[in-house]
Ligand binder design. Structure first.
Ligand SMILES: Cc1cc2nc3c(=O)[nH]c(=O)nc-3n(C[C@H](O)[C@H](O)[C@H](O)COP(=O)(O)OP(=O)(O)OC[C@H]3O[C@@H](n4cnc5c(N)ncnc54)[C@H](O)[C@@H]3O)c2cc1C
Length: 467
């Protein structure tokens, strides 16, 4: 692990005066706790600040902007692109403690939260009003709303309900200069000026720090039906997913798991899947009872025509939850297979999914590494996991080469190198190949306009330093 130079005494004193003595920690234990995210990339911050208010964050940013000290916002650090890792030391700004649900407004179907509210806690609180917050990353019991907004997180229900950006109305933001802005509005429509609010969603903590978030909520659908279908080949499963979409059914959930993922889940959760199944689809439809019953029946018929091995239909809420638990176990189960799981999340046009799914065994064969694929195929988003030992350098190099080919394939299919995990430090090397130099320069000029001294989350998204 790289160890940055600690702040000098005067800087620490200044920081303690601005942020409050007890909110600034610089013990090695505290710094270690804030050196990581979900990628296992590591870099020690020089100090950690937590438990502060919007006003204190604004004062910290003004000071950091003047002294050129880097600030790294972080929520629950479940990010999968290195977004909250303090890439060059500096200060880790831990926002998980700002976790108040300020308001749930059932009349307007909106909620106002602080950034550290855990995603599932918002839906739990809203459920008392018959409402929920639809973006549901598989990390929803841990990840924060602030982190979801910064990454524009997607989730399992993305096929029907979209991503975080679709559910955010307004933000309170501390800019890198220390100015505080209110952007967006509580209204359903708003077309005044450039859409800075939506630019900030997905900005990966590089343009501003969200201190208050106004989100839309959705009524909880009255009924749902959950199915798990086992398929003979990866192509069969991807083709079945394609047929469901082409039949104009919009399932709330349409999730794919390949054989490697299924075996990992079996071992991890002690469930048994048919041994001849090479892939599985988790499907859920929701809405009014009659619509749900009709759609579930049409999906079953369609799956039969696609010659699936078997389909399990959950007959109760408990049975549905068991099917969901299996899917949610995919990521932790895969981490037990190899010391390192590199989780990529290419996204392709949905009709091209069969070709993308068939490409995974090709990569496995060409590079001789274990690869598991699962993901949100309802919106074309496939999580391709390289399972490697990072201390085996030749294997790590082969994994990197496989990732490059995976990205090339996604782009060739008209897709993208990230559907939801973001760029952070992990994919910055490829960004220009997807976007081209003109767009990258435009993005860098946006970063310069927000953060002229590059003090907020530097070394992220693209490789840029101020002149
Ligand atoms: C098991 C597992 C499953 C996952 N499943 C999904 C999934 O289905 N879909 C998906 O999209 N992602 C998924 N992820 C990735 C991750 O959970 C999401 O990106 C999530 O939104 C990150 O939230 P966080 O609170 O952990 O943010 P962090 O990891 O702490 O930070 C992520 C980024 O947000 C910035 N940030 C955090 N808070 C703020 C703030 N208040 N203001 C400004 N910037 C901020 C950070 O600087 C960083 O760049 C998964 C991760 C794991 C480990």
């Amino acid at each position: 692990m790289c160890v940055g130079m600690p702040l000098d005494n005067k800087q620490l004193q200044d920081l303690r005066r601005i942020a409050g003595r007890d909110n600034v920690r610089d013990s090695i234990e505290e710094r270690l706790l804030h050196a990581y995210d979900g990628t296992r990339e590591e870099r020690l911050p020089d100090a950690v600040v937590r438990g502060v208010s919007t006003e204190q964050i604004a004062a910290i940013m003004r000071w950091a902007n003047e002294t050129r000290i880097s600030i790294y916002p972080r929520g629950a650090a479940t990010g999968l692109s290195g977004g909250s890792v303090p890439a060059e030391g500096g200060i880790a700004l831990a926002l998980a403690g700002m976790n108040r649900i300020v308001e749930i407004d059932p009349g307007n179907l909106t909620a106002v939260t602080e950034p550290g509210v855990v995603n599932a806690d918002l839906s739990r609180a809203a459920s008392g009003y018959g409402l929920f917050f639809p973006p549901d990353p598989a990390s929803m019991t841990v990840a924060t709303i602030g982190g979801n907004v910064a990454e524009n997180a997607g989730g399992l229900r993305g096929a029907k309900y979209g991503v975080t950006r679709d559910w955010i109305l307004a933000l309170e933001v501390v800019l890198p200069t220390g100015d505080v802005i209110q952007t967006g509005a509580r209204t359903m429509k708003n077309v005044v000026g450039y859409d800075i609010m939506h630019l900030l969603v997905g900005s990966e903590g590089t343009l501003g720090i969200f201190t208050k978030i106004t989100a839309r909520l959705h009524p909880i659908p009255p009924a749902r039906r959950t199915l798990l279908a086992f398929c003979r080949t990866a192509r069969d499963a991807a083709q079945a997913a394609k047929e469901i979409i082409a039949a104009k059914i919009v399932p709330a959930v349409l999730e794919y798991m390949d054989r490697v993922t299924m075996i990992a889940i079996e071992n991890y959760t002690k469930t048994a899947f048919p041994s001849e199944a090479e892939a599985a689809l988790l499907i859920e439809v929701d809405g009014p009872e009659q619509t749900v019953a009709d759609e579930a029946r049409r999906i079953e018929e369609l799956l039969t025509r696609q010659s699936v091995i078997s389909t399990e239909v959950a007959g109760s809420e408990e049975a549905a939850e068991r099917l969901w638990d299996a899917r949610r176990a995919a990521a932790p189960a895969l981490t037990t297979i190899a010391p390192l799981r590199i989780s990529e999340d290419v996204c392709v046009p949905r009709a091209d999914l069969p070709e993308m799914c068939e490409y995974i065994p090709v990569l496995r064969g060409e590079f001789g590494i274990e690869i598991a694929a699962f993901g949100h195929v309802g919106d074309g988003n496939l999580h391709v996991n390289m399972l490697i030992d990072p201390h085996d350098q030749p294997q790590a190099d082969r994994a990197h080469a496989a990732i490059e080919k995976l990205f090339d394939k996604a782009i060739a299919l008209g897709g993208t190198i990230s559907g939801e995990h973001g760029i952070g430090t992990q994919k910055a090397w490829y960004v220009e190949r997807q976007l081209g130099p003109v767009q990258v320069e435009l993005m860098k000029s946006i970063k310069r306009a927000f953060d002229p001294n590059n003090v907020l989350n530097p070394h992220k998204m693209f490789l840029w330093r101020p002149e």
